[in-house]
Design a protein around this ligand. Structure first.
Ligand SMILES: Nc1ncnc2c1ncn2[C@@H]1O[C@H](COP(=O)(O)OP(=O)(O)OP(=O)(O)O)[C@@H](O)[C@H]1O
Length: 216
């Protein structure tokens, strides 16, 4: 089943086309890695996909979108604000419900962030902020994950752990990654972007790093 679909889509800034035309269908169960040079158009493509699938997608944007004054717990809780009544959200803001803590704590533990649950986001390192945004997406439990460089601030083993967590919670995803090896390891389909166009679209298991490098 197709979860998101673009037909001859394009995007421009100040009259300059930066993406497209691109046509892309992402099917249920596909873990898509988006790779390409800085400025190739990966974030722009993710934006177009999100615009099509806003009601069924969790987004980890490159800028993360955290509220600095709120705790990690509350930032993660925000992943499901729209599915809860306002009174519930406000009450949980003042005094976290035990059942919400019981849902959020294991996600943070999995991301090695468990001891930061009530730290304000403003006091986190770059990598901790990134993992908070990832936890928010895990908590959201949407049908599709869209993530823009979700592990760029993490070192090797931690990056692999976060990619494994994303794969475990989200069978269908589109993730922009600059680390080609990581992209190959955690995706089933590899899409390469160059100058705003799709120049590679292949099963990841058919590719190795050398096959992907020419798009850079
Ligand atoms: N708000 C904007 N205004 C003007 N130009 C923009 C804007 N956002 C992106 N662009 C341009 O669009 C092109 C594609 O940018 P995009 O962010 O999609 O690339 P990217 O592949 O995600 O890059 P990176 O890997 O550095 O995040 C670039 O040339 C960029 O300069």
């Amino acid at each position: 089943m197709a979860l998101v679909h673009l037909t001859e889509a394009s995007a421009a800034f100040a009259g300059r086309r930066v993406l497209g035309p691109v046509s892309l269908t992402v099917y249920e169960g596909q873990r898509v890695a988006l790779v390409g040079q800085s400025g190739a158009g990966k974030s722009t493509l993710l934006d177009l996909l999100y615009a099509q699938a806003r009601d069924r997608a969790a987004l980890v944007p490159q800028e993360l979108g955290l509220v600095p004054s709120l705790s990690v717990f509350h930032n993660v809780f925000m992943g499901r604000l729209s599915s809860r009544p306002t009174w519930y959200n406000l009450a949980n803001l003042v005094r976290p419900f035990r059942r919400e803590r019981q849902r959020i704590q294991p996600l943070l533990d999995q991301l090695h962030l468990g001891d930061k649950i009530f730290s304000p986001a403003s006091q986190l390192s770059g990598g901790e902020k990134q993992r908070t945004a990832v936890a928010r997406a895990l908590y959201q439990k949407a049908g599709l994950l869209l993530a823009d460089e979700p592990v760029s601030a993490l070192d090797g083993p931690l990056a692999a752990g976060v990619m494994a967590a994303l794969a475990e919670h989200y069978p269908t995803s589109v993730i922009a990654l600059h680390d080609v090896e990581l992209a190959l390891r955690y995706s089933s389909r590899m899409i390469g972007i160059r100058d705003g166009l799709i120049v590679l679209d292949e099963d990841s298991h058919r590719l190795n790093v050398q096959d992907v490098l020419p798009i850079y």
